[in-house]
Design a protein around this ligand. Sequence first.
Ligand code: SF4
Ligand code: F3S
Length: 106
Amino acid sequence: TFVVTETCIKCKLTDCVEVCPVDCFHEGPNMLVIDPDECIDCTLCEPECPVEAIFSEDELPEGQEQFIELNRELSAQWPVITEIKDPPADADDWRDVKDKLSLLER
Ligand code: SF4
Ligand code: F3S
């Protein structure tokens, strides 16, 4: 299973969604997540994210382990997204900011 991590928060560039063959990205107010029950580990989305927010659950960066459960929990609540949309106007300001979990909107 692939996991969207903290870097996506407030960036939400959505380049990832169009390559997924099984439409398993779900959209929240300021982040996307992957439904772990739908992901088939095709790996296509990982290189599509310009800010490298997507990792295999086996290769998560230190401190990002909690996003495994968050992707599971939030994908059950948020709608599927399959088409690229414009990112937030200030997305560039947030791409290198760390510790954004408190900014996650549900
Ligand atoms: Fe979709 Fe493949 Fe990425 Fe899983 S690894 S979320 S199936 S594009
Ligand atoms: Fe987020 Fe990267 Fe997709 S910023 S929306 S995981 S392209």
